[in-house]
Ligand binder design. Structure first.
Ligand code: IPM
Ligand code: MG
Length: 358
């Protein structure tokens, strides 16, 4: 088994180092190889996703990814921006199914901006389609005026699109995930306005007929955004398109108290996966040793579960994380009075130590 380790930018290298430390402590038999990605790769090779990095990722069973992006690259041409690295990996590896769980750890109930009773026990799974929608629609671009009055572009456009097979396969993923949980799927759309999402709704409904044991409901995205803060526990599995999923998963993550806690998995149909924290590169706190490595460590657990067939090891990591939280250890983002503030590295060390105790 081979893992490609792509730390990336900002806090990426710090948090990935802790996850690698935890993986090494498990003493399982796999090989890890590190490669540059994002702004770091642009600096080194002139491209955010060098050929060699893509090749390594494609050849590996799984990719452990940190984060990419920094404001200093905002003026680069779009194909050279760090974000293109993650979009390119998703597209080239066919990682269409993105799992973003939002779980509220009982120790962190008070870290949420919502009332404890609204979020205690919260466990929802957002399944975001990841290789279609307006993110990858064609045509896209800018139109330049031809009458000479406007030297620059006059309008810009991106195209929202989904094909039937693209919707079908993500719907199957969602229904099958729900079968292992509370057997409820909420499909989020904007069918009242967008043709693409009326189609989405129709196709999801059709696929749902194959899963009579799962209750399906449909919700407009604006209402879903509201319900997520009004009554988040009404949700079990939420399935939606690429852009709505991007937005709603950030919203859902904050319900749990800290985006620093949430892992994610992006899978293709071959069982390969890319595992990354749900949060970004946070360049403002990079290098300070204060970032929370738990989302990346929990992403490594998802990697063991989904791509490396090591369920026992995955559970071990998750139990170790629970233990360090129960022991009161907190990085700055989840710190509250009465707990013990630790650095990124101390948190990683504590998880390694806890592995021996669970
Ligand atoms: C995410 C991020 C990415 C996205 C960016 C970095 C391209 O926001 O993974 O949610 O929009 O998908
Ligand atoms: Mg996002």
């Amino acid at each position: 088994m081979k893992i490609a380790v792509l730390p990336g930018d900002g806090i990426g290298p710090e948090i990935v180092a802790e996850a690698v430390k935890v993986l090494n402590a498990l003493e399982l038999n796999f090989e890890m190889e590190t490669a540059p990605v994002g702004g770091a790769a642009y600096e080194a090779d002139g491209h955010p996703l060098p050929e060699s990095t893509l090749k390594l990722a494609m050849e590996s069973d799984a990719v452990l990814f940190g984060a990419v992006g920094d404001w200093k690259y905002d003026t680069l041409d779009r194909p050279l921006r760090p974000e293109q690295a993650i979009l390119g990996l998703r597209k080239h590896m066919g990682l269409f199914a993105n799992f973003r769980p939002a779980i509220c750890y009982k120790e962190l109930v008070d870290a949420s901006s919502l009332k404890p009773e609204l979020i205690s026990g919260l466990d929802i799974l957002i399944i975001r389609e990841l290789t279609g929608d307006i993110y990858f629609g064609q045509p896209r671009g800018r139109r330049v005026a031809t009458d000479g009055h406007f030297p620059g572009a006059e309008e810009a456009f991106d195209t929202m699109r989904y094909s039937k097979p693209e919707i079908e396969r993500i719907a199957h993923v969602a229904f099958q995930a729900a079968q292992k949980r509370s057997k409820r799927v909420t499909s989020v759309d904007k069918a009242n306005v967008l043709e693409t999402f009326q189609f989405w709704k129709d196709v999801v409904t059709e696929v749902g007929k194959q899963y009579p044991d799962v209750a399906l409901d449909h919700m407009y995205v604006d209402n879903a955004a509201m319900q997520l803060v009004k009554e988040p526990k009404r949700f079990d599995v939420v399935v939606t398109g690429n852009m709505f999923g991007d937005i709603l998963s950030d919203e859902a993550s904050m319900l749990t108290g800290s985006i620093g806690m949430l892992p994610s998995a992006s899978l293709n149909s071959k069982g390969q996966g890319l595992y990354e924290p749900s949060h970004g590169s946070a360049p403002d706190i990079a290098g300070k040793g204060i970032a929370n490595p738990l989302a990346t460590i929990l992403s490594a657990a998802m990697m063991l579960r989904f791509s490396l067939n090591q369920e026992a090891a995955a559970q071990k990591i998750e139990a170790a994380v629970q233990k360090v939280l129960a022991d009161g250890l907190r990085t700055a983002d989840i710190y509250s009075a009465g707990t013990t503030k630790v650095t990124t590295r101390e948190m990683g060390d504590a998880v390694v130590a806890a592995l021996a105790a669970v």
